[in-house]
Write a protein that binds this ligand. Structure first.
Ligand SMILES: *Cc1c(COP(=O)(O)O)cnc(C)c1O
Length: 452
Protein backbone atom coordinates (compact mmCIF):
# COMPACT_ATOMS: atom_id res chain seq x y z
CA UNK A 1 0.00 0.00 0.00
CA UNK A 2 1.01 3.61 -0.50
CA UNK A 3 -0.56 5.75 2.18
CA UNK A 4 -1.01 4.42 5.68
CA UNK A 5 -4.47 4.53 7.19
CA UNK A 6 -3.80 7.83 8.97
CA UNK A 7 -2.71 9.49 5.71
CA UNK A 8 1.02 9.34 6.50
CA UNK A 9 3.67 7.40 4.62
CA UNK A 10 4.96 4.00 5.67
CA UNK A 11 8.52 3.33 6.77
CA UNK A 12 10.24 0.25 8.15
CA UNK A 13 10.31 0.19 11.93
CA UNK A 14 14.09 -0.18 11.92
CA UNK A 15 16.74 0.16 9.27
CA UNK A 16 18.98 -2.91 9.10
CA UNK A 17 22.74 -2.25 9.31
CA UNK A 18 25.26 -3.90 7.03
CA UNK A 19 28.69 -4.52 8.55
CA UNK A 20 32.00 -4.23 6.65
CA UNK A 21 32.48 -7.98 6.50
CA UNK A 22 29.02 -8.62 5.12
CA UNK A 23 29.50 -5.86 2.57
CA UNK A 24 32.77 -7.26 1.30
CA UNK A 25 31.29 -10.76 1.13
CA UNK A 26 28.82 -9.37 -1.45
CA UNK A 27 31.55 -8.23 -3.83
CA UNK A 28 31.04 -10.96 -6.43
CA UNK A 29 27.26 -11.27 -6.36
CA UNK A 30 25.20 -10.70 -9.49
CA UNK A 31 22.72 -7.79 -9.39
CA UNK A 32 19.70 -10.02 -8.60
CA UNK A 33 21.67 -11.88 -5.91
CA UNK A 34 22.66 -8.60 -4.31
CA UNK A 35 19.06 -7.36 -4.58
CA UNK A 36 17.95 -10.41 -2.63
CA UNK A 37 20.54 -9.82 0.11
CA UNK A 38 19.53 -6.17 0.51
CA UNK A 39 15.75 -6.56 0.18
CA UNK A 40 15.42 -9.68 2.33
CA UNK A 41 16.66 -7.64 5.29
CA UNK A 42 13.40 -5.66 5.09
CA UNK A 43 11.02 -8.52 4.28
CA UNK A 44 9.78 -11.06 6.82
CA UNK A 45 6.57 -12.28 5.22
CA UNK A 46 7.64 -13.70 1.86
CA UNK A 47 9.52 -17.03 1.84
CA UNK A 48 13.12 -16.61 0.58
CA UNK A 49 12.65 -18.81 -2.46
CA UNK A 50 9.62 -16.78 -3.56
CA UNK A 51 11.35 -13.45 -3.01
CA UNK A 52 14.35 -14.69 -4.99
CA UNK A 53 12.08 -15.75 -7.81
CA UNK A 54 10.27 -12.38 -7.87
CA UNK A 55 13.59 -10.53 -8.00
CA UNK A 56 15.10 -12.72 -10.70
CA UNK A 57 12.06 -12.38 -12.95
CA UNK A 58 12.01 -8.60 -12.42
CA UNK A 59 15.55 -8.10 -13.70
CA UNK A 60 15.46 -10.77 -16.43
CA UNK A 61 13.57 -8.22 -18.59
CA UNK A 62 16.59 -5.88 -18.68
CA UNK A 63 18.62 -5.54 -21.86
CA UNK A 64 21.89 -6.26 -20.05
CA UNK A 65 22.69 -9.04 -17.64
CA UNK A 66 24.51 -6.55 -15.41
CA UNK A 67 21.14 -4.73 -14.99
CA UNK A 68 22.82 -1.47 -13.89
CA UNK A 69 26.26 -1.24 -15.53
CA UNK A 70 28.74 1.44 -14.45
CA UNK A 71 30.83 3.22 -17.08
CA UNK A 72 33.74 5.61 -16.50
CA UNK A 73 34.22 8.97 -18.15
CA UNK A 74 36.86 11.37 -16.93
CA UNK A 75 36.71 11.33 -13.16
CA UNK A 76 33.06 10.27 -13.02
CA UNK A 77 31.42 6.89 -12.65
CA UNK A 78 28.11 6.81 -14.52
CA UNK A 79 25.56 4.34 -13.18
CA UNK A 80 23.31 3.41 -16.11
CA UNK A 81 19.83 2.76 -14.75
CA UNK A 82 18.06 2.85 -18.12
CA UNK A 83 18.37 -0.69 -19.48
CA UNK A 84 14.85 -1.75 -18.47
CA UNK A 85 11.94 -2.13 -20.88
CA UNK A 86 10.96 1.59 -20.93
CA UNK A 87 14.52 2.98 -20.82
CA UNK A 88 14.26 4.92 -17.55
CA UNK A 89 15.28 4.11 -13.99
CA UNK A 90 11.68 3.73 -12.87
CA UNK A 91 11.71 0.25 -14.42
CA UNK A 92 14.06 -0.93 -11.66
CA UNK A 93 11.33 -0.41 -9.08
CA UNK A 94 8.23 -0.98 -11.19
CA UNK A 95 9.28 -4.30 -12.73
CA UNK A 96 9.75 -5.52 -9.15
CA UNK A 97 6.51 -3.94 -7.90
CA UNK A 98 4.47 -5.56 -10.70
CA UNK A 99 5.76 -9.02 -9.81
CA UNK A 100 5.36 -8.35 -6.11
CA UNK A 101 1.70 -7.31 -6.57
CA UNK A 102 1.07 -10.39 -8.68
CA UNK A 103 2.48 -12.65 -5.97
CA UNK A 104 0.55 -10.97 -3.14
CA UNK A 105 -2.73 -10.98 -5.09
CA UNK A 106 -2.40 -14.68 -5.85
CA UNK A 107 -1.62 -15.31 -2.20
CA UNK A 108 -4.80 -13.51 -1.06
CA UNK A 109 -6.86 -14.61 -4.09
CA UNK A 110 -7.82 -11.05 -5.01
CA UNK A 111 -7.64 -8.63 -7.93
CA UNK A 112 -6.35 -5.11 -8.39
CA UNK A 113 -7.28 -2.38 -10.86
CA UNK A 114 -4.54 0.22 -11.14
CA UNK A 115 -5.53 3.72 -12.16
CA UNK A 116 -3.16 6.59 -12.85
CA UNK A 117 -2.50 9.70 -14.90
CA UNK A 118 0.88 10.21 -16.51
CA UNK A 119 2.77 12.91 -18.32
CA UNK A 120 4.96 10.20 -19.85
CA UNK A 121 7.53 8.19 -17.93
CA UNK A 122 5.78 6.68 -14.95
CA UNK A 123 2.81 5.50 -16.99
CA UNK A 124 4.85 3.45 -19.39
CA UNK A 125 7.05 1.99 -16.65
CA UNK A 126 3.91 0.98 -14.71
CA UNK A 127 2.30 -0.55 -17.81
CA UNK A 128 5.41 -2.62 -18.49
CA UNK A 129 5.51 -3.62 -14.82
CA UNK A 130 2.06 -5.27 -14.94
CA UNK A 131 1.44 -6.19 -18.58
CA UNK A 132 0.02 -9.67 -18.96
CA UNK A 133 -0.50 -10.15 -15.22
CA UNK A 134 -3.65 -12.15 -14.55
CA UNK A 135 -5.04 -10.46 -11.47
CA UNK A 136 -4.17 -6.90 -12.43
CA UNK A 137 -5.73 -4.46 -14.87
CA UNK A 138 -4.18 -1.09 -15.51
CA UNK A 139 -5.85 2.12 -16.73
CA UNK A 140 -3.49 4.94 -17.62
CA UNK A 141 -4.67 8.39 -18.69
CA UNK A 142 -2.33 10.51 -20.76
CA UNK A 143 -3.00 13.85 -22.45
CA UNK A 144 -3.79 12.96 -26.08
CA UNK A 145 -1.06 14.26 -28.44
CA UNK A 146 0.67 16.10 -25.60
CA UNK A 147 3.25 13.49 -24.63
CA UNK A 148 6.28 12.88 -26.84
CA UNK A 149 5.56 10.56 -29.79
CA UNK A 150 8.01 7.97 -28.39
CA UNK A 151 6.41 8.09 -24.96
CA UNK A 152 2.95 7.68 -26.46
CA UNK A 153 4.03 4.73 -28.57
CA UNK A 154 5.80 3.10 -25.62
CA UNK A 155 2.45 3.00 -23.84
CA UNK A 156 -0.02 2.31 -26.63
CA UNK A 157 1.91 -0.45 -28.38
CA UNK A 158 1.50 -2.67 -25.32
CA UNK A 159 -1.41 -4.79 -26.52
CA UNK A 160 -1.93 -7.12 -23.55
CA UNK A 161 -5.61 -7.53 -22.64
CA UNK A 162 -5.09 -6.12 -19.13
CA UNK A 163 -3.70 -2.77 -20.36
CA UNK A 164 -6.05 0.16 -21.05
CA UNK A 165 -4.53 3.35 -22.40
CA UNK A 166 -6.84 6.34 -22.35
CA UNK A 167 -5.79 9.40 -24.32
CA UNK A 168 -7.83 12.29 -22.99
CA UNK A 169 -8.59 15.46 -24.91
CA UNK A 170 -7.06 17.75 -22.33
CA UNK A 171 -3.93 18.39 -20.27
CA UNK A 172 -1.99 16.23 -17.80
CA UNK A 173 -3.62 18.21 -14.98
CA UNK A 174 -7.10 17.38 -16.35
CA UNK A 175 -6.10 13.70 -16.24
CA UNK A 176 -4.76 13.93 -12.72
CA UNK A 177 -7.86 15.77 -11.62
CA UNK A 178 -10.13 13.03 -12.99
CA UNK A 179 -8.05 10.33 -11.32
CA UNK A 180 -8.25 12.13 -7.98
CA UNK A 181 -12.03 12.48 -8.28
CA UNK A 182 -12.48 8.82 -9.13
CA UNK A 183 -10.32 7.82 -6.15
CA UNK A 184 -12.39 10.00 -3.86
CA UNK A 185 -15.52 8.01 -4.81
CA UNK A 186 -14.99 5.56 -1.96
CA UNK A 187 -17.76 3.19 -3.00
CA UNK A 188 -16.39 2.91 -6.53
CA UNK A 189 -12.85 2.62 -5.24
CA UNK A 190 -13.63 -0.35 -3.03
CA UNK A 191 -16.03 -2.04 -5.46
CA UNK A 192 -13.25 -2.19 -8.04
CA UNK A 193 -10.31 -2.44 -5.63
CA UNK A 194 -8.60 0.55 -7.24
CA UNK A 195 -4.91 1.02 -6.59
CA UNK A 196 -2.51 3.82 -7.52
CA UNK A 197 0.86 3.71 -9.28
CA UNK A 198 2.15 6.31 -6.90
CA UNK A 199 5.78 6.99 -6.21
CA UNK A 200 5.19 6.61 -2.49
CA UNK A 201 5.00 2.84 -2.24
CA UNK A 202 7.82 1.76 0.08
CA UNK A 203 8.60 -1.21 -2.20
CA UNK A 204 9.79 1.25 -4.84
CA UNK A 205 12.28 2.81 -2.46
CA UNK A 206 13.35 -0.67 -1.39
CA UNK A 207 14.20 -1.70 -4.95
CA UNK A 208 16.17 1.51 -5.46
CA UNK A 209 18.39 1.05 -2.39
CA UNK A 210 20.01 -1.91 -4.15
CA UNK A 211 21.84 0.05 -6.83
CA UNK A 212 23.50 2.33 -4.29
CA UNK A 213 24.98 -0.72 -2.56
CA UNK A 214 25.88 -2.14 -5.99
CA UNK A 215 27.72 1.11 -6.85
CA UNK A 216 29.62 1.20 -3.55
CA UNK A 217 30.81 -2.36 -4.11
CA UNK A 218 31.90 -1.50 -7.62
CA UNK A 219 33.80 1.64 -6.64
CA UNK A 220 35.40 0.01 -3.62
CA UNK A 221 36.53 -2.84 -5.88
CA UNK A 222 37.63 -0.47 -8.61
CA UNK A 223 39.34 2.35 -6.74
CA UNK A 224 40.28 0.49 -3.56
CA UNK A 225 38.63 3.35 -1.82
CA UNK A 226 36.09 3.08 0.94
CA UNK A 227 34.17 6.31 0.49
CA UNK A 228 31.78 7.26 -2.29
CA UNK A 229 29.71 10.34 -3.21
CA UNK A 230 26.61 10.27 -5.41
CA UNK A 231 25.01 12.87 -7.69
CA UNK A 232 21.27 12.36 -8.20
CA UNK A 233 18.85 14.24 -10.45
CA UNK A 234 15.80 14.72 -8.27
CA UNK A 235 12.07 15.35 -8.65
CA UNK A 236 9.95 13.53 -6.10
CA UNK A 237 12.86 12.86 -3.72
CA UNK A 238 12.33 9.10 -4.29
CA UNK A 239 15.60 8.08 -5.88
CA UNK A 240 17.73 10.22 -3.58
CA UNK A 241 15.79 9.06 -0.53
CA UNK A 242 16.78 5.49 -1.40
CA UNK A 243 20.37 6.75 -1.35
CA UNK A 244 19.81 8.26 2.07
CA UNK A 245 18.55 4.91 3.41
CA UNK A 246 21.51 3.11 1.81
CA UNK A 247 23.79 5.61 3.57
CA UNK A 248 22.20 4.70 6.90
CA UNK A 249 22.48 0.96 6.23
CA UNK A 250 26.10 0.80 5.13
CA UNK A 251 29.17 1.09 7.40
CA UNK A 252 29.66 4.71 8.49
CA UNK A 253 31.33 6.84 5.83
CA UNK A 254 30.81 4.38 2.95
CA UNK A 255 28.48 6.89 1.36
CA UNK A 256 29.86 10.29 2.30
CA UNK A 257 27.60 12.77 0.58
CA UNK A 258 24.57 12.94 -1.70
CA UNK A 259 24.60 15.71 -4.30
CA UNK A 260 20.99 16.67 -4.95
CA UNK A 261 20.40 18.17 -8.39
CA UNK A 262 17.19 19.85 -9.54
CA UNK A 263 16.10 21.70 -12.64
CA UNK A 264 14.50 25.17 -12.32
CA UNK A 265 11.88 23.59 -10.06
CA UNK A 266 14.29 24.07 -7.20
CA UNK A 267 12.28 23.61 -4.00
CA UNK A 268 14.61 20.82 -2.85
CA UNK A 269 17.74 22.81 -3.65
CA UNK A 270 16.42 25.70 -1.56
CA UNK A 271 15.65 23.24 1.20
CA UNK A 272 19.19 21.84 1.29
CA UNK A 273 20.91 25.21 0.89
CA UNK A 274 18.73 27.33 3.19
CA UNK A 275 16.23 25.09 4.97
CA UNK A 276 13.50 26.79 2.96
CA UNK A 277 10.92 24.22 1.82
CA UNK A 278 8.37 26.40 0.04
CA UNK A 279 6.22 25.87 -3.06
CA UNK A 280 6.55 27.81 -6.29
CA UNK A 281 4.61 27.29 -9.52
CA UNK A 282 5.72 24.32 -11.58
CA UNK A 283 7.84 25.40 -14.57
CA UNK A 284 8.19 23.35 -17.75
CA UNK A 285 11.78 22.37 -18.46
CA UNK A 286 13.70 20.06 -20.79
CA UNK A 287 13.78 17.45 -17.99
CA UNK A 288 10.00 16.90 -17.67
CA UNK A 289 10.21 13.97 -15.26
CA UNK A 290 11.55 16.40 -12.68
CA UNK A 291 9.00 19.17 -13.21
CA UNK A 292 7.66 18.75 -9.71
CA UNK A 293 7.32 21.03 -6.71
CA UNK A 294 5.98 19.20 -3.63
CA UNK A 295 8.18 16.09 -3.46
CA UNK A 296 6.08 13.13 -2.40
CA UNK A 297 8.87 11.30 -0.53
CA UNK A 298 10.07 14.35 1.37
CA UNK A 299 7.90 13.49 4.36
CA UNK A 300 9.89 10.28 4.85
CA UNK A 301 13.15 12.16 5.10
CA UNK A 302 11.58 14.76 7.36
CA UNK A 303 10.75 12.02 9.85
CA UNK A 304 14.44 11.09 10.19
CA UNK A 305 15.52 14.73 10.23
CA UNK A 306 13.16 15.22 13.18
CA UNK A 307 14.80 12.35 15.04
CA UNK A 308 11.97 9.88 14.27
CA UNK A 309 9.33 12.08 15.88
CA UNK A 310 6.12 11.08 14.06
CA UNK A 311 3.85 13.68 15.66
CA UNK A 312 6.23 16.55 14.87
CA UNK A 313 6.45 15.21 11.28
CA UNK A 314 2.67 15.24 11.06
CA UNK A 315 2.52 18.81 12.41
CA UNK A 316 5.03 20.08 9.89
CA UNK A 317 3.37 18.29 6.98
CA UNK A 318 0.04 19.81 8.01
CA UNK A 319 1.68 23.21 8.16
CA UNK A 320 3.07 22.64 4.67
CA UNK A 321 -0.34 21.63 3.31
CA UNK A 322 -1.87 24.73 4.85
CA UNK A 323 0.77 27.38 4.05
CA UNK A 324 2.74 25.84 1.18
CA UNK A 325 5.96 26.24 3.14
CA UNK A 326 7.94 25.16 6.16
CA UNK A 327 11.11 26.65 7.56
CA UNK A 328 13.81 24.18 8.59
CA UNK A 329 16.73 26.59 8.62
CA UNK A 330 17.37 25.65 12.26
CA UNK A 331 18.28 22.14 11.09
CA UNK A 332 20.65 23.19 8.33
CA UNK A 333 23.71 21.58 9.96
CA UNK A 334 22.01 18.22 10.11
CA UNK A 335 20.65 18.49 6.56
CA UNK A 336 24.06 19.39 5.18
CA UNK A 337 25.70 16.45 6.88
CA UNK A 338 24.07 14.29 4.20
CA UNK A 339 23.30 16.58 1.25
CA UNK A 340 24.63 19.39 -0.89
CA UNK A 341 22.49 20.76 -3.70
CA UNK A 342 22.32 22.89 -6.80
CA UNK A 343 19.82 23.65 -9.55
CA UNK A 344 20.63 23.53 -13.25
CA UNK A 345 18.94 25.58 -16.01
CA UNK A 346 17.83 24.25 -19.41
CA UNK A 347 20.62 26.20 -21.04
CA UNK A 348 23.21 24.52 -18.79
CA UNK A 349 21.63 21.13 -19.54
CA UNK A 350 22.10 21.67 -23.24
CA UNK A 351 25.70 22.84 -22.77
CA UNK A 352 26.49 19.88 -20.51
CA UNK A 353 25.11 17.36 -23.03
CA UNK A 354 27.21 18.98 -25.74
CA UNK A 355 30.47 19.35 -23.78
CA UNK A 356 30.27 15.87 -22.28
CA UNK A 357 29.83 14.40 -25.73
CA UNK A 358 32.80 16.40 -27.07
CA UNK A 359 35.03 15.31 -24.20
CA UNK A 360 33.98 11.70 -23.80
CA UNK A 361 31.87 10.70 -26.81
CA UNK A 362 29.08 9.74 -24.41
CA UNK A 363 25.52 11.04 -24.72
CA UNK A 364 23.65 12.12 -21.58
CA UNK A 365 19.88 12.47 -21.37
CA UNK A 366 18.67 15.85 -20.00
CA UNK A 367 17.93 14.45 -16.51
CA UNK A 368 21.30 12.76 -16.24
CA UNK A 369 22.96 15.95 -17.51
CA UNK A 370 21.53 17.80 -14.51
CA UNK A 371 23.22 15.36 -12.14
CA UNK A 372 26.48 15.50 -14.09
CA UNK A 373 26.54 19.31 -14.10
CA UNK A 374 25.89 19.35 -10.36
CA UNK A 375 28.64 16.76 -9.90
CA UNK A 376 31.13 18.90 -11.81
CA UNK A 377 30.23 21.97 -9.76
CA UNK A 378 30.24 20.30 -6.34
CA UNK A 379 32.69 17.42 -6.64
CA UNK A 380 35.24 16.96 -3.88
CA UNK A 381 38.69 16.19 -5.27
CA UNK A 382 39.87 12.70 -4.37
CA UNK A 383 36.46 11.27 -3.52
CA UNK A 384 35.02 8.86 -6.12
CA UNK A 385 31.70 10.10 -7.46
CA UNK A 386 28.86 8.09 -9.00
CA UNK A 387 26.36 9.97 -11.22
CA UNK A 388 22.99 8.32 -11.63
CA UNK A 389 21.98 8.09 -15.31
CA UNK A 390 18.20 7.97 -15.06
CA UNK A 391 17.06 7.78 -18.69
CA UNK A 392 18.32 6.73 -22.10
CA UNK A 393 19.02 9.81 -24.28
CA UNK A 394 16.79 8.52 -27.08
CA UNK A 395 13.79 8.99 -24.81
CA UNK A 396 14.32 12.75 -24.92
CA UNK A 397 15.22 12.77 -28.57
CA UNK A 398 14.64 16.39 -29.57
CA UNK A 399 16.41 18.00 -26.59
CA UNK A 400 19.43 15.78 -27.19
CA UNK A 401 19.35 16.32 -30.95
CA UNK A 402 19.23 20.11 -30.49
CA UNK A 403 22.14 20.06 -28.03
CA UNK A 404 24.35 17.93 -30.28
CA UNK A 405 23.16 18.91 -33.75
CA UNK A 406 22.81 15.20 -34.38
CA UNK A 407 20.28 12.61 -33.26
CA UNK A 408 21.03 10.12 -30.46
CA UNK A 409 21.18 6.48 -31.45
CA UNK A 410 17.92 4.62 -31.09
CA UNK A 411 18.17 1.46 -28.96
CA UNK A 412 16.85 -1.81 -30.29
CA UNK A 413 13.72 -1.76 -28.14
CA UNK A 414 12.54 1.47 -29.78
CA UNK A 415 13.50 0.60 -33.35
CA UNK A 416 10.44 0.66 -35.61
CA UNK A 417 8.10 1.54 -32.75
CA UNK A 418 6.24 4.12 -34.91
CA UNK A 419 5.02 1.36 -37.19
CA UNK A 420 3.91 -1.09 -34.52
CA UNK A 421 0.19 -1.64 -33.98
CA UNK A 422 -1.18 0.35 -31.07
CA UNK A 423 -4.37 0.55 -29.05
CA UNK A 424 -5.70 3.58 -27.21
CA UNK A 425 -9.13 4.81 -26.25
CA UNK A 426 -9.43 8.53 -27.01
CA UNK A 427 -11.94 10.22 -24.72
CA UNK A 428 -13.09 13.66 -23.61
CA UNK A 429 -11.76 14.84 -20.26
CA UNK A 430 -15.06 13.80 -18.73
CA UNK A 431 -14.86 12.09 -15.36
CA UNK A 432 -18.19 10.27 -15.66
CA UNK A 433 -17.44 8.84 -19.08
CA UNK A 434 -14.02 7.64 -17.97
CA UNK A 435 -15.41 6.13 -14.78
CA UNK A 436 -18.00 4.30 -16.89
CA UNK A 437 -15.25 2.97 -19.17
CA UNK A 438 -13.35 1.67 -16.15
CA UNK A 439 -16.49 0.05 -14.72
CA UNK A 440 -17.07 -1.77 -18.02
CA UNK A 441 -13.57 -3.18 -18.14
CA UNK A 442 -12.39 -3.57 -14.54
CA UNK A 443 -12.65 -6.70 -12.42
CA UNK A 444 -14.98 -6.47 -9.47
CA UNK A 445 -13.53 -8.01 -6.38
CA UNK A 446 -14.82 -8.77 -2.90
CA UNK A 447 -12.65 -6.83 -0.46
CA UNK A 448 -10.77 -8.68 2.21
CA UNK A 449 -11.07 -7.20 5.68
CA UNK A 450 -7.43 -6.01 5.83
CA UNK A 451 -7.76 -4.10 2.58
CA UNK A 452 -10.31 -1.52 3.66
C1 LIG B 1 11.30 10.16 -12.25
C2 LIG B 1 12.58 10.58 -12.85
C3 LIG B 1 13.54 11.34 -12.13
C4 LIG B 1 13.30 11.84 -10.72
O1 LIG B 1 13.24 10.80 -9.79
P1 LIG B 1 12.61 11.06 -8.33
O2 LIG B 1 12.60 9.74 -7.68
O3 LIG B 1 11.22 11.58 -8.61
O4 LIG B 1 13.44 12.07 -7.67
C5 LIG B 1 14.73 11.65 -12.76
N1 LIG B 1 14.99 11.27 -14.04
C6 LIG B 1 14.09 10.55 -14.76
C7 LIG B 1 14.43 10.18 -16.16
C8 LIG B 1 12.87 10.17 -14.20
O5 LIG B 1 11.99 9.47 -14.94
Amino acid sequence: MGLAEDGGLLLPRTIPRIGCETLSSWQDLSYPELAFEVMSRFVDDIPSSNLKDIIHRSYATFATEEVAPIVHHGDLHILELFHGPTLAFKDIALQFLGNLFEYLLADSDSHLNILGATSGDTGSAAIYGVRGKERIKIFILHPHQRVSPIQEKQMTTVLDDNVFNIGIRGSFDDGQDIVKKIFSDIEFKSKYHLGAINSINWARVLAQIVYYVHSCLHVIGHEKDSTVDFAIPTGNFGDIFAGYIAKKMLPAGTIRQLILATNNNDILTRFVSKGDYSLNDVQETSSPSMDIQAASNFERYLYYLLDSDASRTRELMEEFTKNGKIDLSGDLDLIQRDFVATSVSDDEVSKTISSFFKEHGYILDPHTAIGVKAAKDLKTVGVPLVCLATAHPAKFYSTVENALNRPPQIPESLAGIEDKPSRCKIMDADKNAIQEFIAQNADETPLLPHQT
